[in-house]
Design a protein around this ligand. Structure first.
Ligand code: HEM
Length: 124
């Protein structure tokens, strides 16, 4: 199978495949399916996000922390590990090896900072 390159077309296909897996996941699926009504819009936003992060395209203008904070009562550190596991599988299967490694490293750093924002509080 031809592996995908780290460009906008590759990221679009990757994002589509990854969210199909997330939605089918027994633990993560319900959170996403309850939160998101307009899937084409979400996938477009997430493709723009990864394009901004990996290709510095500036296409994503959003605020990931408040978006996740809304779902704070359902999200746990264990679910982040599960999310990252699925991301690793999907990128390894679909992307060129260097692209897969770069995408995994970036996701791990973003997951870390999202978790700090969601779970680390000085006031308790
Ligand atoms: C949006 C869940 C991890 C990037 C969302 C939304 C949900 C969600 C439910 C929709 C928010 C809404 O509009 O109501 C989760 C869960 C995660 C997780 C359960 C792990 C346990 C991550 C990670 C990244 C990420 C690791 C990045 C590497 C994003 C982005 C958005 C988003 C960019 C769009 C935010 C916006 O509206 O601008 N996520 N997420 N998420 N997520 Fe996650």
């Amino acid at each position: 199978m031809t592996r995908l390159k780290l460009d906008d077309a590759g990221l679009e296909t990757l994002v589509e495949a990854f969210y199909a897996r997330l939605r089918a996941d027994a633990e993560l699926g319900p959170i996403f399916n309850d939160a998101i009504d307009d899937w084409p819009h979400h996938l477009e936003k997430l493709t723009a996000f990864w394009s901004s992060v990996m290709l510095t395209s500036g296409r994503y203008k959003g605020q990931p922390v408040p978006a996740h904070m809304k779902h704070r009562d359902r999200i746990t550190p264990e679910l982040f590990d599960r999310w990252l596991g699925l991301w690793e599988q999907t990128t390894d299967e679909l992307m060129e090896p260097d692209a897969a490694s770069a995408l995994q490293a970036k996701a791990a750093r973003i997951a870390e900072s999202l978790q700090l924002a969601l779970f680390f509080r000085l006031d308790r």
